[in-house]
Design a protein around this ligand. Structure first.
Ligand SMILES: [Zn+2]
Length: 253
């Protein structure tokens, strides 16, 4: 279950599965509580979308206060819808990376989203976390098994101990796709409605996680669709190139 919190004028979401897993701190942002004007109103956390360059650092500062962390602690990937996962021991921007893992305290891992799926993994036994940015391409290219396998290989994580939170993203109510994309997924991931095709990417991700050995009870999925809920979320599909970006941020305090 996801809990909605109002803090410092922001609206953020946290998984009840992970909220009290000290020393982990995490939050999924909404578009509420920032300084950016339309069409980026107001908590745009993406620097490359056309928003005033001064707004984004202030928005990030406000959001990261929830984690009691500064902007200089951020470690992010240059998201390319690929399957590369980086083990991170210092802040910075990691090229061509869609998944980040760390066991080091004082670093905040983050992914930017505006419809794609943000995933947070945490192993309370080994005290290691990962964040993943997964759109349909990333899922096809195997970003989710790549992230979990890296946690297993590098940190001796046992999948049955892993907790996973899946944040707001575009859902099957709105995720219309064309035949060429549908053909790349199993039929049970495709919903047919009014002569159109819709992708249930969460269904695919849940299957991946189960195959990897995660317990279904250890997977917490936000009910929100970013495309439906324009008041709360940016959506690239809905808003086009003038869409702001939300963030999943997580770190060990
Ligand atoms: Zn929707």
């Amino acid at each position: 279950m996801f809990i909605t919190s109002h803090a410092n004028g922001l609206i953020v979401f946290q998984s009840s599965l992970l909220k009290d897993q000290s020393p982990l701190k995490h939050a999924f942002s909404s578009r509420k509580g920032g300084v950016s004007p339309a069409p980026f109103e107001s908590l745009n956390l993406g620097p490359d979308v056309g928003d005033d360059a001064e707004n984004v650092p202030e928005n990030r500062r406000r959001f990261l206060q929830i984690l009691d962390a500064g902007v200089d602690r951020l470690a992010m990937g240059e998201q390319v819808h690929g399957n590369h996962v980086e083990i991170v021991s210092q802040p910075g921007l990691y090229p061509a990376t869609d998944g980040l893992i760390t066991a080091r305290r004082g670093i905040v891992l983050a992914v930017k989203i505006a419809d794609c799926v943000p995933l947070l993994f945490f192993d309370p036994v080994k005290t290691v976390l990962a964040v993943v940015h997964a759109g349909w391409r990333g899922v096809i290219y195997g970003i989710i098994p790549a992230a979990v396998q890296s946690m297993i290989d590098e940190f001796f994580v046992r999948p049955e101990n892993l907790l996973c939170a899946i944040g707001p993203s575009i859902r099957s109510c709105c995720y219309e796709i064309q035949r060429d994309v549908a053909d790349r997924f199993d039929d049970d991931a495709i919903i047919r409605r009014d002569g159109k095709l819709f992708l249930d990417l969460i269904h695919v991700i849940k299957k991946h996680l189960e195959l990897l050995g995660l317990k279904p009870d250890n997977v917490d999925i936000s009910e929100y669709c970013t495309h439906c809920q324009g008041e709360l979320f940016f959506s690239y599909r809905r808003d086009g190139i003038h869409s702001g970006r939300m963030m999943l941020a997580a770190g060990l305090k």
